[in-house]
Design a protein around this ligand. Structure first.
Ligand SMILES: [Zn+2]
Length: 235
């Protein structure tokens, strides 16, 4: 009688082991996931969006240096820094190109261009989009970096606050993250933050924004804010 019980226990143990072995191929991908794909985050949590591009130069400084180029240079540095930190990110563009072509006689190219950026984020299952832009003002004394968010989206606000906090460590006059009415921030399914990295109408700031080391410093600030946000809210 006792032997039969032992055999039954052994048989159950063997079945248990078999069960684990059979489940392993299913469980393994979950067990070996990198840090940032856990929890509520998607496989590629973020897409970086350098504003404008191609036929759309954006704004420009007094020497004619275009915003689209500065946005791209900073965004590429940001991409590399985030990837090095283990956060998988994508880009809406990695070269000087528009996202929607100009078609003679057809209106709404700019809106379609922005819509394509959102569609790229959605197609790649990206939860967050961080857009990089330069500002311009008729007041040539205005300068500084500001992160804009969608005031109806708490995640957008929290991410903007984290980025702003890090950017304020880099500027003499701290700025406040602000609600912004931008098309790219208001699309359901994608949480957006738009960072204005400085004013091209301010001669000194415009010159700084061309400088690769300054660009590196700014992108480092933004990436620190992004990484801190994920650490605070997703771990
Ligand atoms: Zn812009």
């Amino acid at each position: 009688m006792r032997i039969i019980i032992l055999n039954r226990e052994k048989a159950l143990f063997v079945l248990y082991l078999l069960g684990i072995l059979l489940c392993l191929p299913v469980l393994l991908p979950y067990l070996t996931q990198p840090l940032f794909t856990e929890g509520r985050l998607n496989r590629t949590p973020m897409i970086i969006d350098p504003g404008h591009g191609g036929i759309d130069g954006g704004t420009k400084d007094h020497h004619g240096n275009l915003e689209k180029k500065i946005n791209l240079e900073i965004a590429l540095k940001l991409r590399d820094q985030l990837r090095q930190s283990g956060l998988p990110v994508l880009m809406t563009r990695e070269t000087d190109t528009e996202l929607f072509p100009y078609i003679a006689g057809r209106r709404g190219r700019h809106r379609r261009d922005l819509q394509t950026r959102i569609e790229k984020a959605k197609a790649a299952n990206c939860q967050f989009l961080v857009s990089i832009h330069c500002d311009w003002s008729t007041d040539r004394t205005r300068r500084g970096m500001v992160a804009f968010y969608n005031h109806r989206n708490q995640a957008s606000k929290n991410l903007a606050l984290a980025i702003q906090d890090e950017l304020n460590k880099l500027q003499t006059k701290p700025q406040k993250a602000a609600p912004g009415k931008y098309f790219i921030l208001e699309q359901p399914g994608v949480t957006g933050v738009l960072v204005e990295v400085g004013f091209l109408s301010h001669p000194e700031e415009a010159a700084l924004l061309q400088n690769p080391e300054y660009q590196e410093t700014i992108s480092f600030g933004i990436s620190k804010g992004i990484l801190r946000y994920f650490r605070d809210y997703y771990r």
